[in-house]
Write a protein that binds this ligand. Sequence first.
Ligand SMILES: C[C@@](CO)(OP(=O)(O)O)[C@H](O)COP(=O)(O)OP(=O)(O)OC[C@H]1O[C@@H](n2ccc(N)nc2=O)[C@H](O)[C@@H]1O
Ligand SMILES: Nc1ncnc2c1ncn2[C@@H]1O[C@H](COP(=O)(O)OP(=O)(O)O)[C@@H](O)[C@H]1O
Length: 288
Amino acid sequence: MYYVKAPAKINLTLDVLHKRNDGFHEVEMIMTTVDLADRIGLEVREDGKIELLSLDRFVPNDARNLAYQAAKLLKDTYRVTEGVTITLEKNIPVAAGLAGGSSDAAATLRGLNHVWKLGLSLDTLAELGAKIGSDVSFCVYGGTALATGRGEKIEELPSPPACWVILAKPTIGVSTADVYGALDIEKADHPNTKLMIQAIRENDFDLMCETVGNSLESVTLRLYPEVAHIKEQMMKFGADTVLMSGSGPTVFGLVQHESRVNRIYNGLRGFCDEVYAIRLLGDRETLA
Ligand SMILES: C[C@@](CO)(OP(=O)(O)O)[C@H](O)COP(=O)(O)OP(=O)(O)OC[C@H]1O[C@@H](n2ccc(N)nc2=O)[C@H](O)[C@@H]1O
Ligand SMILES: Nc1ncnc2c1ncn2[C@@H]1O[C@H](COP(=O)(O)OP(=O)(O)O)[C@@H](O)[C@H]1O
């Protein structure tokens, strides 16, 4: 069995610029990977079939699974005769704004490129991944990046300042399409992407904290008041900054001092089942 790691992402900034004619939105996002990952096992099979095994009751274990779709796309595009059994060990919360499914698809592309000996570049895999979903290209590279277009155009950035990340996910799943659909771009918050890039390049933690922002946040907060409650509590317990990731509902807090991490974690655990205290991964190397 060959194992590949599929880490979650958070959006340090997410600016929605305008709605396009194809129904997608033009975005500018700064994304970075965090140390919470699914694990994908790949076993080559000679009968040419693709099979997906997952014990998680929240993810489909058939052709609707994004990891399955990645294998099928790669097999069809490059006329691969071998098949694969994909074992999915899910640790990233589902429909959470953490790109779990996209990261599974990306890791499957990277892993199959290796076990099927295709010799494709990451750029080629990222281009292919965009056909599965807007976040898949970023997940192929991992690390930290500016993502533009509908999210599939990737420019690598250095690692953000090192810190702890507290993730808290309320027990609701959010549909990305519904959140984009309910967005009023004029009224939304528009973070300063350039300033966030400066904060990252200058390794300025305080500036990073001041500059986080997400155009989709107000939509999800309006639809699900419990997300606002988690934000308030996380701030009260002492996080340096707090923001919703992607279309939500997961809220992340950035924390510089380790001494505060336990207090925030334990405080949130009092009323939220899914809380994680993890680190930013930051650079691409960690994905190898
Ligand atoms: C909001 C973000 C931020 O990273 O992530 P998540 O919250 O899903 O993790 C992404 O933009 C989500 O990317 P992803 O989840 O891959 O979306 P896709 O499958 O491509 O699209 C799902 C639906 O979201 C809407 N969509 C998505 C991306 C985009 N730039 N504009 C859109 O309007 C479309 O309605 C689309 O049909
Ligand atoms: N491997 C997978 N992991 C998680 N969800 C998946 C997967 N494959 C398909 N899905 C479907 O994709 C939807 C979005 O899942 P996910 O990627 O976790 O959310 P998000 O894009 O908000 O981070 C879910 O409703 C789920 O049914």
